[in-house]
Design a binder for this molecule. Structure first.
Ligand code: FES
Ligand code: FE2
Length: 445
């Protein structure tokens, strides 16, 4: 007997034969190289690309947005980020010699500074007109970098459109220890980014990996702000308290949430801040790296969690290098997202209400990419506040007893709205003034 196509395939048992077709990825979002729709959009922002602590006295060959680049610190302590291939005869500058004025190609000794200027061509006579002309007219491709708190950021877009380096409020929290880390994923950046606005996965995949209360789904809401912010909140009842956790995505790839271990909803807390301040950076279409600071202190997770293993758990629920058996027993984000494959076949997804945050942000990126293609520059995080940019990733636990412990969804939703309203109202304030306003308002809910 042969398998016959069924007119109503979904009700046929053992229907594998009819469902074997591979779906197409959403190529517009998935492709990050130069000249691609999303690649061009991503190139309008600063991205972290390396840990300062890992940049020694030799050049590093790295990839970012599909481009092979060489990162180095010259002997004058300036950091350079340049194209991999030497403009002479294309040798790789990863084998270059670091000098006071820049990097010297290993092959014939051309010397370049961090801006890409050709400073010396030693194989030619000093008065060679053609060498002089090349030094005047040619450059090695180079990009600006900015070192901050142990992370090296780069901007690889058009120089005339370079945005200001964004300073978010969580960069400046008093008494916070910020520990830089990087975790690599062997898959497309979109499928890793998805998780920040996917509260259902927190309750399911991470059950038992973080604080107990996160296993509860709670009442979920999404908010859109300023064309580039998607915020997901979950309000949960814990005894006499209601715990509001806020996850946020500032497009294209900046993410924060609440604490990983310190908050379980049992103790009152106002505006506790994120365990991580993190960017999901595409390396190429099939690889990405989460560059981040783990945040430790009274407002986030306790200092005893500031270890390499706990940083990995903050990033993905479990340590990274585990046996296959351990991974099967307690999978983390890496297992979930790499298991999808190098690039998800988005066409075969079935998105439901819990995936609303994902639909919102993907749609938003599509729109911004298309706007950019039509000549309209995308919004920058600094549009909201030029100095210190307010963010919302947080935990708030409010004492709101309910005699029978049963909340109607409407009450939890209302608390979500009230908390977010307070945060939004405080957008024009900074630092201690903002905290004071937020604390005072929260205490009145
Ligand atoms: S290839 Fe670099 S100097 Fe010749
Ligand atoms: Fe996760």
């Amino acid at each position: 007997m042969t398998n016959q196509p069924s007119p109503n395939a979904q009700f046929v048992p053992f229907n594998g034969y009819h469902q074997t077709q591979q779906g197409e990825p959403d190529w517009e979002l998935a492709k990050v190289g130069a000249g691609t729709v999303c690649g061009e959009y991503l190139r309008r922002y600063w991205h972290p690309i390396f840990l300062t602590g890992e940049l020694g006295d030799k050049p590093k060959l790295i990839r970012i947005l599909g481009e092979q680049l060489v990162l180095f610190r010259d002997r004058s302590r300036r950091i350079g980020l340049v194209h991999k291939k030497c403009p002479h005869r294309r040798a790789s500058l990863e084998f270059g010699r670091i000098e006071a004025r820049g990097i010297r190609c290993c092959y014939h000794g051309w010397l370049f500074d961090i801006h890409g200027a050709i400073l010396e061509i030693p194989g030619e006579p000093a008065d060679s007109p053609s060498a002089k002309k090349i030094m005047q007219t040619e450059r090695l491709g180079a990009y600006p970098v900015h070192e901050y708190h142990g992370l090296i950021f780069a901007y690889t877009g058009p120089p005339e459109e370079q945005p200001p380096f964004p300073i978010y409020d969580t960069f400046k929290l008093p008494d916070m220890v910020m520990t830089p880390y990087a975790v690599s994923f062997n898959c497309n950046w979109i499928q890793v980014l998805d998780a920040i606005v996917d509260p259902v996965h927190t309750a399911f995949l991470h059950q038992g990996q973080f604080s107990d209360g996160l296993g509860e789904l709670g009442e979920i809401q999404f908010y859109e702000r300023q064309k580039n912010r998607i915020i997901g909140t979950a309000a949960r009842r814990v005894g006499d308290n209601i715990w509001v956790r806020v996850n946020e995505l500032i497009l294209p790839n900046f993410t924060q949430s609440g604490a990983a271990f310190a908050v379980d909803g049992t103790v009152e807390k106002y505006f506790g801040r994120s365990a991580f301040t993190r960017w999901m950076v595409p390396i190429d279409d099939e690889h990405c790296i989460a560059f981040s600071w783990g945040n430790f202190g009274e407002r986030a997770d306790p200092l005893e969690f500031n270890t390499p293993e706990e940083l990995q758990r903050i990033e993905q629920g479990e340590p990274i290098n585990r046996s296959y058996r351990q991974k099967q027993q307690s999978p983390g984000d890496i297992e979930a997202v790499e298991g999808i494959g190098a690039i998800s076949d988005h066409q075969k997804e079935h998105l439901l209400s819990g995936d609303r945050g994902i639909m919102l942000y993907r749609r938003r990126i599509w729109r911004l990419c298309r706007d950019l293609a039509a000549g309209k520059p995308p919004p920058q995080p600094t549009d909201l506040a030029p100095n210190v940019i307010p963010t919302y990733g947080s935990d708030t636990v409010l004492k709101i007893p309910q005699p029978d412990g049963n909340d109607c969804p409407a009450l939890l939703k209302q608390i979500n709205d009230q908390v977010m309203d307070i945060f939004f109202q405080a957008d024009t304030l900074e630092g201690a003034d903002r905290d004071r306003f937020v604390f005072e308002q929260l205490s009145q809910i």
